[in-house]
Design a protein. Structure first.
Length: 155
């Protein structure tokens, strides 16, 4: 192995030699979701305001109150902290992550333009909205899967 100024010349990732850099290693962007410590901390912090905001309401039996205290902060955590986790995963996964982010953004912008066009034209109704949600969700899933498979074949 050639050496440069006393340090070994390394081709490839540096994290096997330097364990402190392992946190910066490229990770796949399509990892399954796991309840991490930071996600659980955000969830636990949202339980407190949920408790104080729902204290005056009657949700029925005691177990319904407990269910609200568990489910409402969980949903709020996904809504508030989900984008943070997505951006962090995109950054950590390198060029593949940026590709997934671009495809995701194109899907969101296409949905916004289509929905805006329907609203401005006056042809948007509640029934069409339900159909639109179902069809667009299916189309977005198929499009994302197709683009990811196309990108994998090219790589």
């Amino acid at each position: 192995m050639p050496e440069s100024r006393g340090a070994p010349f390394v081709i490839g990732p540096a994290w096997p030699q330097y364990p402190a850099l392992a946190a910066f290693a490229m990770q796949p962007v399509d990892r399954p979701f796991r309840f991490t410590r930071d996600f659980c901390v955000v969830w636990a912090l949202l339980v407190v305001p949920t408790f104080f905001l729902t204290r005056q309401h009657d949700f029925g039996p005691w177990y319904s109150n407990i269910a609200v205290l568990i489910v409402a902060p969980l949903f709020a955590t996904f809504v508030l902290y989900g984008p943070v986790l997505f951006v962090r995963q995109v950054i950590r996964s390198g060029s593949r992550g940026w590709f997934v982010a671009r495809v995701f953004l194109s899907i969101v912008l296409a949905a916004a333009l289509l929905l805006g066009g329907l609203r401005l034209s006056g042809s948007y109704t509640e029934t069409k909205g339900h159909i639109f949600a179902l069809v667009f969700t299916a189309a977005a899933t198929v499009y994302l899967s197709w683009r990811l498979q196309k990108d994998e074949r090219r790589s």
